[in-house]
Write a protein that binds this ligand. Structure first.
Ligand SMILES: *Cc1c(COP(=O)(O)O)cnc(C)c1O
Length: 345
């Protein structure tokens, strides 16, 4: 099976497993796990903040980042397809009393005026006060879209002029860096809080870093414990994350090359099904066939992809698939789509 459902499906490499086995560990609730402490120090440095916190998932890191920037009864503004509103099970509302209001965009990237138009200030007694803006880079459900550094900078400046905080969901921030040449710190440093997933394209089995000021990260550490997310001897997991940062950040661009090779193969027989591929996520329009039919046919032919909605599928490239396998998968999808086209004709 060529598994292109997500870049979360990677398994630790032999070298990563070796790093995990030999990691020094201790009780992290007592701040005694040297591997976690080292990962959090290195993560803070990479992300251009004073401190970082190792979290079990990107969802937990986002939950804590948004919590740091809001209070119950305030709102967070984000894109209509943001991970925080679509894929975090309503956690920000259920657990922290925060509501969201969304802007609409074609691909997850909005201009600063669209965002500013939604901000409601705290002096208005009739409207929910906007506490924070949240943006995603790259934008997952928008199709792996990249925000440029100036675009994020403009949003950050507008937020700060209005006393509104900025949380950056950087689950795939390394993929944005691979395209723009900006550093993780340049992007993340613009936001009050920023995340980076170790378990997506970076290939670690578990973990996301949340970066921010030392004071914010200390508050987040307490809230993480309150939510049941304190670690004990999790240094083995941190060591995997450390290995990922040291060895897999620089290769993320390879996944983009593989994604474009996949899309080019699809386009040979179904040119209108794919558009521009910004990073490692390819969105394929399945036309009249529908996403469910294409997913099932692809699976029968040894390729697993996921449905984004009724008419589009998503293929995500990663560390565990070669460019040749991506081309092979693209050919499978192309055959399914073109068989449909010739039947219709
Ligand atoms: C995957 C992802 C997350 C975090 O997901 P977890 O499964 O909770 O680790 C957050 N934001 C985006 C944009 C993602 O793609």
């Amino acid at each position: 099976m060529i598994d292109l459902r997500s870049d979360t499906v990677t398994r630790p490499t032999p070298q990563m497993r070796e790093a995990m086995l030999t990691a020094p560990v201790g009780d992290d609730v007592y701040a005694e796990d040297p591997s976690i402490t080292e990962l959090e120090r290195y993560g803070a440095e990479l992300l251009g903040h004073e401190a970082s916190l190792f979290c079990v998932s990107g969802s937990l890191a986002n939950l804590l980042g948004v919590w740091l920037s809001s209070e119950p009864g305030t709102e967070v503004l984000c894109d209509v397809r943001a991970h925080i509103v679509r894929a975090e099970m309503g956690a920000h509302a259920v657990l922290h009393g925060v509501t969201t209001r969304t802007w609409t965009s074609s691909d997850g990237v909005a201009d600063v005026d669209t965002i500013c138009a939604l901000i409601s200030d705290r002096t208005n007694p009739y409207l929910v006060a906007t506490a924070a803006v949240e943006i995603e880079n790259t934008h997952n459900f928008g199709g792996g879209t990249v925000w440029s550094l100036p675009q994020v900078g403009a949003v950050a400046q507008a937020c700060h002029e209005r006393g509104v905080r900025l949380h950056l969901d950087g689950a795939r921030l390394g993929n944005a860096c691979a395209e723009t040449g900006a550093t993780l710190a340049q992007y993340a440093g613009l936001a009050d809080t920023a995340t980076l997933c170790l378990s997506k394209g970076l290939g670690a089995p578990v973990g996301t870093l949340l970066a921010g000021s030392a004071a914010d990260i200390e508050r987040a550490r307490v809230q993480r414990k309150r939510l049941g997310g304190g670690w004990r001897q999790a240094g083995m997991l941190a060591a995997a994350g450390m290995y990922a940062l040291r060895h897999h950040l620089d290769r993320l661009g390879d996944d983009h090359v593989a994604a474009r090779a996949f899309a080019a193969e699809v386009a040979k027989k179904a040119p209108r099904a794919v558009g521009h591929v910004p990073t490692n996520i390819v969105v394929v329009d399945t036309g009249a066939l529908g996403a469910a039919t294409v997913c099932a046919a692809a699976q029968a032919a040894g390729v697993v992809v996921s449905a984004l909605d009724a008419h589009t599928i998503r293929a995500v490239t990663h560390l565990d698939v070669t460019e040749a396998e991506c081309v092979q998968a693209g050919a499978v999808i192309a055959d399914i789509l073109s068989a449909q086209a010739s039947t219709a004709a």
